[in-house]
Design a binder for this molecule. Sequence first.
Ligand code: ATP
Length: 259
Amino acid sequence: MESKLLWIRGLSKSYRALQAVSVFDAEIEAGRIYGLIGTNGAGKTTVLNLISGLDKPSSGRIEFEGRDITGMSPEKITRRGIARTFQNLRIFSTMTVLDNVMVAAQIDRRYNLLEAALSTRGYREGDRVQRKRALEYLDIFNLADLASSSAKSLPYGYQRKLEIARALATGAKLVLLDEPAAGMNGQESAELMEIIVKMRDTLGLTVILIEHDMKVVMGICEYIYVMAFGEIIDQGLPGEIVKSRRVIEAYLGGGGKNA
Ligand code: ATP
């Protein structure tokens, strides 16, 4: 039994001849912000896919809150409290901002179709609580004023924030963010950094983020794992990582497809 929130040992994934992740070990403590960085094709997204159940590991073990979640379905893993966002936006563009978050919050809710169809008192009360909670999440992301706007009408940076708000609304304790600042301008990514820290501070969340924007990584991550060619080549505090010879060589010396 491990006391870490997330505990990963010997994780690997191969696609036919390609070893996308060879050996990945990590210990993630609750309430901290972690960075997962590395050159293109290093295996970072594959690691998030394995943790969130979108892909099954070839070998290794993943424990969340001391329980084995290796190879579980994404739905079960979300119910356990792990949510994620993707490199490419995944929001319901024709729905309102509020409904996007409400739909995600449904995962926590227990009612049957008859209750919903009859709109029983219990159902309505559940709906009210869920709406209130959804608005609280939107507030963290400075999106509450836009609750009734359609998601597709939002500027891109706002849509990315909405995607993260949706991930939280599942009741997540651990949030995996795949390049949350991608496509954002400097002002948007500065606001995003503040929000991620606020998420951790107000909700006690744990965050693992993949990010190429080093300003974001060095600005908010408390511990960093660095990958190249499917392996962790270094890990440590941001101040250690910027000075790491192995990391500098990997980034400058062609440690990935587009390094
Ligand atoms: P990037 O920073 O470019 O997003 P990454 O570090 O996230 O890269 P991954 O997307 O995890 O890297 O990919 C690692 C390797 O595995 C790459 O060579 C990629 O082409 C390969 N790969 C990923 N998913 C699959 C798949 N479903 N089938 C075959 N190969 C895959």
